[in-house]
Design a binder for this molecule. Structure first.
Ligand code: C2E
Ligand code: CA
Ligand code: CA
Length: 575
């Protein structure tokens, strides 16, 4: 009897425990943000649990009701959902599928677990529905950021390259062509400075939008690569869909100004075009070559369109060859420094020299710096070259001081990229100390492009050098982003008036006035003036008359080798 009572108590206790557990699980399921569908094969019974209403309108009373779920998802998701729900048909025990509701607002993950007996017969099935809309949205945002430019909403460089790669693959198979245009807004930096960054952005957006509208057709795509650069590609261009036609439309649009918050702005563009397979065989090369052609248009000081044609190809190959040879030249010490004297106009005393690099390549050919410096500047090669020039110039100055007791200025050309390097000032000061020359005898020639980069940073560097005693000159003044307004605040000592002004000076009244006013302005601001490229006595006389302090040019001395300059120094020309 006792035994029986004991059994009953035990059963009761177990039962209580079981129902407590059952309650706990039910609460857990009911308060969960998921929904569950449970099916027992043996009893052919099903249950829905959790927050079902959050996912589906259909109520499921028996297993066959499952098909009521299908019309609630997007058409393309019906099949995948069916696969998930009827998992046993696939012989699987686990399956997970993401589907989207018909209105596109909700993403649902359905995760299916099937329990089988030892013989593989299905016993139970549990489907869990989870809302993954937020997660999907985050993923989409990430994908958007990875492939779209946030300013204009156009493709970014990544996406453009990817699409272009696909097109090139297709064009290879179909033996067709792909045309790529690199489109650059001329003088965007100036425009941006003039109207402010925010309005500048508005301009970029409007122009981007215009390009996008040109690309309605799915055989045309465009992208915003960076600030003022866009790319447009056409698959198999012909008829109305050629770059020439696109350019014509751009041109017509640009005849009218863009209407921005702060007023109207007109722009021009330079466009370079390269075509697969003629110009290049990969997406990156195609873009790069279109960009090279675009620079050609810009360099010629025009706006317009140009193609990667024979002369461009020739230049391109030539540049590629020079670049390859340059890499060696730095190690092989194929460089020399020439020196061109600068004199004062009053007493014709030598002020100093400008160090000008010369390159004699392995075949003994002289290659002009005008040809190879711009190529070196496009890569990091310019740093090695620039460092070599600095050391060679300063050590030569030190040698001359020892040999001749000379007091003179050594003027060194510095490229923007080199100047912008961290540690540049530090290294230069190190060289001045190492060779024991006076900092006052070292002058850097920088062009206005240096200043365009990161104005305040550059100014700080110039100030640092000036505090130490090293001076700077603005080279080729008047050819770049000149504006008298910035001149006032520059920590520099000298302005070098570009040769083009000197050439034009005596030709007409306008040339006359320009040089006179530059000299006048520069004198009043307290800087020294050097006129570059003076070839004729008449020019010299005129410059002297209008108060230009120094001149440099073939008239008084060509760039010369070290030994020749030493012959000059023996005559003590600086005294
Ligand atoms: P730049 O700094 O404007 O140098 C003046 C150029 O004008 C030199 O050309 C010089 O030979 C030339 N020149 C001087 N007087 C006259 C003249 O009376 N008539 C004519 N027609 N030309 C004259 P170069 O040596 O061929 O140098 C060309 C450019 O290459 C330089 O222009 C400078 O921008 C760059 N460069 C030269 N050496 C270096 C260097 O060591 N480093 C860097 N970064 N650039 C350099
Ligand atoms: Ca120079
Ligand atoms: Ca110059």
């Amino acid at each position: 009897m006792d035994e029986l009572q004991y059994q009953i108590d035990l059963l009761k206790a177990l039962n209580q425990k079981l129902s407590a557990e059952c309650n706990m699980y039910r609460t857990l399921v009911d308060t969960s943000s998921n929904a569950f569908f449970y099916y027992c094969y043996e009893e052919d019974s099903c249950q829905i649990m959790g927050d079902w209403g959050k996912f589906f309108d259909a109520q499921i009373k028996n297993y066959n009701d499952v098909i009521k779920l299908f019309p609630e998802v997007r058409e393309e998701d019906v099949e995948p959902l069916r696969d998930a729900v009827y998992i046993e048909e696939k012989g699987l025990n686990y399956f997970s599928q993401e589907v989207c509701k018909k209105d596109g607002r909700q993403w649902i993950e359905c995760e299916v677990n099937l329990v089988r007996d030892a013989y593989g017969k299905p016993l139970e099935k549990l489907i869990r529905f989870r809302d993954i809309t937020k997660f999907k949205k985050q993923n989409e945002d990430l994908a958007y950021m990875a492939y779209y430019d946030s300013l204009t909403g156009l493709y970014n460089r990544n996406r453009f390259v990817q699409e272009l790669m696909n097109w090139i693959r297709r064009a290879f198979a179909e033996k067709s062509t792909v045309s790529v245009a690199f489109i650059n807004i001329n003088d965007f930096r100036k425009i941006n400075d003039g109207i402010g960054v925010l309005v500048g952005d508005e301009l970029l957006q409007q122009f981007g939008q215009f390009l996008k509208e040109l690309c309605e057709d799915d055989t045309m795509i465009c992208a915003h690569l960076n600030a003022d650069a866009y790319c447009l590609a056409i698959y198999d261009p012909y008829g109305e869909r050629t770059m020439q036609a696109v350019y014509q439309q751009i041109h017509e649009r640009l005849e009218k100004p863009f209407v921005l918050t702060s007023g109207e702005v007109s722009i021009t563009v330079s466009v370079g075009v390269a075509e697969y397979p003629e110009a290049a065989s990969t997406a990156l090369e195609l873009i790069e070559r279109a960009e090279i052609v675009m620079f050609k248009v810009k360099h010629n000081g025009q706006s317009g369109i140009r193609y990667f044609d024979a002369p461009v190809i020739h230049d391109f190959l030539q540049n590629a060859l020079i670049e390859r040879k340059l890499k060696n030249a730095v190690y092989e010490k194929e460089f020399l420094l020439y020196f061109q004297p600068q004199y004062d106009t009053q007493y014709k005393k030598m002020r100093g020299v400008e160090a000008l690099i010369r390159w004699r390549d392995e075949e003994g050919r002289m290659i002009s710096p005008g040809e190879f410096i711009p190529i070196a500047e496009k890569s990091s090669l310019i740093i090695g070259i620039g460092e070599w020039v600095m050391e060679k110039a300063i050590s030569t100055l030190a040698k001359w001081k020892k040999q001749f007791g000379v007091s003179m200025i050594m003027s060194i050309n510095i490229s923007a990229v080199h100047f912008a390097q961290d540690g540049f000032a530090h290294r230069l000061i190190g060289l001045v100390k190492e060779y024991g020359v006076s900092p006052k005898e070292v002058e850097l020639e920088i062009t206005e492009t240096v200043l365009v980069e990161d104005f305040s940073h550059i100014i700080r560097k110039l100030e640092l050098l000036q505090q130490y005693g090293i001076q700077a000159a603005i080279d080729d003044f008047g050819t770049g982003y000149s504006s008298f307004s910035y001149l006032r605040s520059l920590p520099i000592q000298t302005i070098k008036i570009d040769k083009s002004f000197i050439d034009a000076m005596l030709k007409d009244k306008a040339g006359n006035i320009i040089v006179e006013s530059i000299v006048d302005m520069v004198n009043r601001l307290g800087y020294e003036t050097i006129a570059e490229g003076v070839e004729e006595q008449e020019q010299f006389d005129y410059l002297k008359k209008i108060g230009c302090e120094y001149i440099q040019g073939y008239l008084l001395g060509r760039p010369m080798a070290e030994e020749q300059l030493e012959e000059l120094l023996e005559k003590r020309v600086w005294e």
